[in-house]
Design a protein around this ligand. Sequence first.
Ligand code: 13P
Length: 247
Amino acid sequence: MKNLTLIGNWKLNGSKSSIQAFSNEWHGCDHPALTVAIAPPAPYLGYFAKTVASCLLAAQDCSAHDEGAHTGEISAAMLADWGCRYVLVGHSECREAHAESDELIGEKLRQVQAAGLLPVLCVGEDRHARESGTAETVVKAQLRGALLAGQSTALLVAYEPVWAIGTGLTASPEQANDMHAMIKSELYEVLQSEQDIPVLYGGSVNPDNARALFECAHVDGALVGGASLSAESFASIARAGINYLSH
Ligand code: 13P
């Protein structure tokens, strides 16, 4: 049986009071094969960690630099200092808003690894690529652009088709599974390692569709946006994971 990782990405949402509300409703989801984390906005990392028990900490992004004159940036070492376990890199919203290149995303990824944390490399095609049949080519290029041959395998990948993010459209379990299988074979070729690198699915995951995604052979968990903002819906997704793991 595989392990599942569930990461909630709060994006530009949250406040002290919403973290308190989340904490009041969140009672943990205990299963040895399920890991659960939340990525709140960076200013709330410390507050989230001390307010919400039994949920690991993730960050939404980090700098490609380790220190120095980079106003507004946050280094991976600082995120480690705050107790983060995971750092998202290359989220499609960051790629678009900051015109991030695959090379820059690769530098961030290696900063995260150097700080002893686990990067979650986000990849995914837009609607045009999906409709024109070039989705795999786009995702392959994102992987190859960010990863170096033989580099550390301490990472996760999140496949998040851009057309499925925040739209209510989810990749079908078959579409997700096929892309995840391709990603895994690509990782194997680039990194030259038998190491099983978890590949999470993201894009309109909710309590109703989570179980079918978890059942896919190559889906190792989920990166959840909107449905992670309420403890109730995030816990339902986690319970779907536990039910799947316990069946
Ligand atoms: P939604 O779950 O809101 O579609 O967001 C997905 C996402 O971008 C997570 O990183």
